[in-house]
Ligand binder design. Structure first.
Ligand code: MN
Length: 292
């Protein structure tokens, strides 16, 4: 049975004690198993406070981030690369201290539009940085996830095949592929062959619509996607991701191009998304003839 999570940006863009409590309490009352906490700025998240509130509501957390152009392990520039490593290590420490067992996202490059192709030297820097990070993650009991993102958000890992190739080059056993339907919709030939390509390494999933709004209100073929997850025997976490200018984070808005108010009511959005995901998981199993 898949655990189902929701991204914290559905509830709040900040992480004061009030934000943290609101996000975790809402995640719990909407019926989710887990909250995904973004660590674009690891210093903005107090891990002790977060761990305490998670325990209070008996909730689990996963963490995620994308790097910055001035702190990017895929840069051939030694200083930029070093700042990228530091950002990743800071995020890993916060993830560990708040009790997460997963840290995923665009851990391999900046989250934003590159104007040039990745270079072999930059990719080699990325491999070295992630190999080192994965050792520290293993010591902390944390699995790392590489999330392929679309061409406007990275020049290094755009497809499931790119992520698998990078993981093979790194050679660590605690790094998984993290698929996201929003990005797959832009870059993959089709949803099911991408899931198949990732299946040996698949460890985390984001579901989001093509416009980042209400699940099922856009053009993504979720039926095909969930059938593919079922066929791949995927039993990991499935996290709902949606962004709207109704919940504003300037960092996210700039990196992901979040200019539209695609939804207003976080609780309604999250409740409907959980029902949608549950229905799709059940339907995929039913269609495959499995016992329910
Ligand atoms: Mn995602």
């Amino acid at each position: 049975v898949n655990k189902v999570g929701v991204h914290a940006l559905v509830w709040t863009a900040g992480w004061t004690e009030r934000d943290c409590r609101h996000a975790i309490e809402s995640t719990r009352s909407a019926g989710y198993d887990l909250i995904e906490i973004p660590l674009l700025d690891p210093g903005a998240v107090d891990p002790e406070l977060t761990a305490r509130v998670l325990a209070e509501y008996e909730m689990e957390a996963a963490c995620s981030l994308g790097l910055r152009f001035d702190a990017d392990i895929s840069s051939p520039d030694a200083d930029v690369h070093a700042r990228g490593r530091k950002l990743l290590h800071d995020a890993l420490a916060v993830s560990r201290d708040l009790g997460a067992r997963y840290l995923g996202g665009a851990l391999y490059s900046a989250l934003g539009k590159y104007l040039e192709a990745a270079t072999p030297a930059g990719r080699a820097n990325c491999v070295a940085g992630l190999a080192e990070l994965s050792e520290a993650a293993a010591a902390a009991g944390i699995t790392l996830g590489l999330e392929p993102v679309n061409r406007y958000e990275s020049n290094l890992v755009n497809t499931a095949a790119d992520a698998v190739a990078l993981i093979k080059d790194i050679g660590s056993s605690n790094i998984v592929v993290h698929l996201d339907t929003y990005h797959m919709n832009i870059e993959e030939a089709d949803l099911s062959s991408a899931v198949e390509a990732a299946s040996d390494y698949l460890g985390y999933v984001h579901v989001g619509e093509n416009h980042r709004g209400y699940l099922g209100s856009g053009s993504i073929d979720f039926q095909t996607f969930f059938r593919a997850l079922h066929a791949a025997r995927y039993e990991g976490i499935i996290t709902f991701e949606a962004f709207s200018s109704a919940v504003v984070s300037e960092t996210f808005a700039a990196a992901l191009g979040l200019w539209r108010r695609t939804w207003e009511d976080s609780f309604d959005l999250a409740s409907r998304a959980l029902s949608f995901i549950d229905a799709q998981v059940s339907l995929a199993a039913l269609t495959a003839g499995a016992e329910l």
